[in-house]
Ligand binder design. Structure first.
Ligand code: ADP
Ligand code: MG
Length: 547
């Protein structure tokens, strides 16, 4: 049976360690992470504020001691379709009417989306002054195990804002590669022998290269930013100013070293300066000249440490402002509006941010008899390419009906309200960042506890069934070492730069790349998956093929 066959890669993996071997491995990982910046600022749950009042401490990011096995065919499919996914979401974000149709019913019940849409309408009325948009995407997947079939690739979600962990994921791949190959590929002192680490395996039914594939996420993401920076062109200020990229960050960001990996690469390899701007300081440190003095609306950044050297911002890269809780001051929404109306290229624009809604994903997976969304958005791609994309869709259902009486006829409602069918599903609101979903048998009581008129803000998604036999060991940020059964989620990074022409619904794609991956691994019994949210650890992968 397929499940057993695919479990073969997991037999005796990771290999058991003696206490001395575990001690050596944990020590090496502890030191390697700090030496190379595979680090986070500790949460106050780990280091109380009194112990670290100036926030000077950093600790290892939660990491697995071993890379996790992942089916090679699934990984390759995910990589091959990333440019198509990039184009799909660039197309969705370019079709305002199509998005409006979807947003209309959501904004009736969701203030967060309503506020974002309002900003778009307001800037549209004033007139957008930037026709370029940048997407820094991450498409998330799990390997899905069904009976009598090889593992297949199923998409969890597609991220269009703040797609994080490219920086740290590269380091995890490097660390696991070091552990698997030091002092030589044939003789690792950190990892005991196992068929998954052997390039020519004794077990000829499994093939691997013995270590994680190289991870190009930092180079890919930095190149996306650099390309947008170059496409912005010369300063539009009078007199001209030096130009820069802004990393828009949360005030108390703990995942700072992941972001610094990108800004350092931008500086070193593309010679593009970038600055970190906390969201609370947007209106204090940036300005847009009045219409009379400069109708181009350049976004001017004045570094607080050097007020006499202002810069013009080419790209605002959002690593913040994706969650309602981040709009917690009286000026938060004004600040988002201020950025949107500026000439800087937004990564993402409001329309691209909204395109990443779970609702958009659900609509894209539906195939109404008269409309094929994929074909409409990707007219130049062959049927087989579209089929590859479609093969990654897990079933998803709308919970909205024209009237509350008609709700009873919806398949999604039927599946969500019965405990038996709900057990195979997850209920998702239009939110990012983890911790927002309702799972399995919690779904019916949850829906019954809120007014029916609110149901349309959710979508229902069938649960993906990842391999159940996978195990790994994690070094948490507080130093605890935890072993157990795990589930891994693969993210593939991609970037896309495009131009919109007024009146046109098709984007002109200028740059479209795939590159780099993230593997996040969590305990088998944890439904949620975020690393920042504290559920997952950073991992890398050992690709295997079974014969
Ligand atoms: P968020 O935007 O909060 O990251 P996700 O859609 O990624 O929302 O869901 C959060 C987590 O829930 C995922 O990382 C994954 O672990 C789990 N999850 C989401 N959808 C599914 C699914 N269809 N099957 C199994 N697990 C899922
Ligand atoms: Mg997610």
């Amino acid at each position: 049976m397929a499940d057993q066959a695919s479990n073969k890669a997991y037999i005796d993996y990771p290999p058991p360690l003696t206490p001395e071997q575990e001690e050596y491995l944990v020590q090496t990982v502890k030191n390697w992470t700090i030496e190379h910046g595979l680090t986070v600022r500790p949460s106050t749950a780990i280091v109380p504020k009194e112990t670290n009042p100036k926030n000077v401490l950093a600790t290892n990011a939660p990491v697995t001691l071993f890379p996790s096995p992942f089916p090679k065919a699934c990984f390759e499919l995910a990589r091959s379709i990333q440019p198509v996914y990039n184009e799909l979401y660039a197309s969705v974000a370019s079709d305002e009417q199509w998005l409006e149709e979807i947003m209309r019913e959501l904004i009736e019940v969701d203030d967060f989306l309503a506020n974002l849409w309002k900003i778009h309408l307001s800037v549209k009325e004033e007139g957008y002054v930037q026709d370029l948009s940048l997407g820094m995407f991450r498409s998330d997947y799990m390997a899905h195990i069904a009976e009598h079939a090889p593992p297949s690739l199923k998409q969890v979600e597609f991220n269009t804002i703040s797609s994080s962990f490219g920086g740290l994921a590269c380091l995890v791949a490097q660390m696991h590669t070091h552990l698997a190959t030091f002092p030589s590929p044939k003789h690792s002192v950190a990892y005991p022998m196992h068929p998954l680490f052997a390039t020519s395996s004794g077990d000829s039914s499994i093939h691997t290269i013995g270590h994680p594939p190289p991870n190009e996420a930092v180079a890919t993401l930095a190149a996306g930013l650099a390309t947008a920076h170059a496409a912005y062109g010369p300063s539009r200020s009078e007199p001209q100013l030096p130009t820069c990229i802004i990393f828009l960050v949360q005030d108390n960001e703990r995942n700072i070293f992941d972001q610094l990996a990108l800004s350092t690469h931008l500086d070193k390899h593309h010679h593009v300066p970038s600055f970190r701007l906390p969201t609370s300081k947007i209106l204090a440190y940036t300005s847009i000249p009045s219409k009379d003095s400069n109708p181009c609306r350049p976004l001017i950044y004045t570094p607080p440490s050097s007020p006499s050297t202002p810069f013009e911002v080419t790209v605002v890269y959002f690593r913040a402002l994706y969650a309602p809780t981040e709009y917690n001051t009286s000026t938060s929404w004004a600040a988002r509006h201020h950025l949107e109306r500026s000439a800087a290229i937004k990564c993402p624009s409001i329309l691209l941010h909204l395109s990443g809604s779970k609702k958009v994903q659900q609509v894209l997976t539906s195939q109404p008899p008269d409309t094929d969304h994929l074909k409409a958005f990707l007219p130049t791609h062959s049927a087989s390419v579209l089929q590859n994309l479609r093969s990654t869709f897990a079933p998803q259902y709308s919970l909205s009906a024209p009237t509350s009486e008609a709700l009873g006829e919806l398949e999604g409602i039927r599946l969500a309200l019965s405990a038996e069918t709900a057990a195979n599903h997850v209920l998702k609101p239009q939110r990012e960042g983890g911790g927002n979903n309702t799972y399995r048998t919690n779904i019916p009581p949850f829906l019954n506890s809120i007014p029916k008129s609110q149901w349309k803000q959710y979508i229902l998604m069938e649960l993906i069934r990842p391999p159940t036999a996978a195990k790994n060991t994690v070094l948490r940020s507080d130093g605890r070492v935890v072993s157990g059964n795990v589930i891994s989620e693969l993210g593939i990074f991609g970037t896309c730069l495009w131009r919109n022409t007024p009146g046109e619904t098709r984007p002109e794609i200028l740059h479209n790349t795939e590159g780099g991956y993230l593997l996040r691994t969590k305990g088998k019994d944890s439904d949620e998956g975020g690393v920042a949210a504290g559920f997952s650890s950073l991992d890398s992968l050992i690709l295997y093929e079974e014969y």
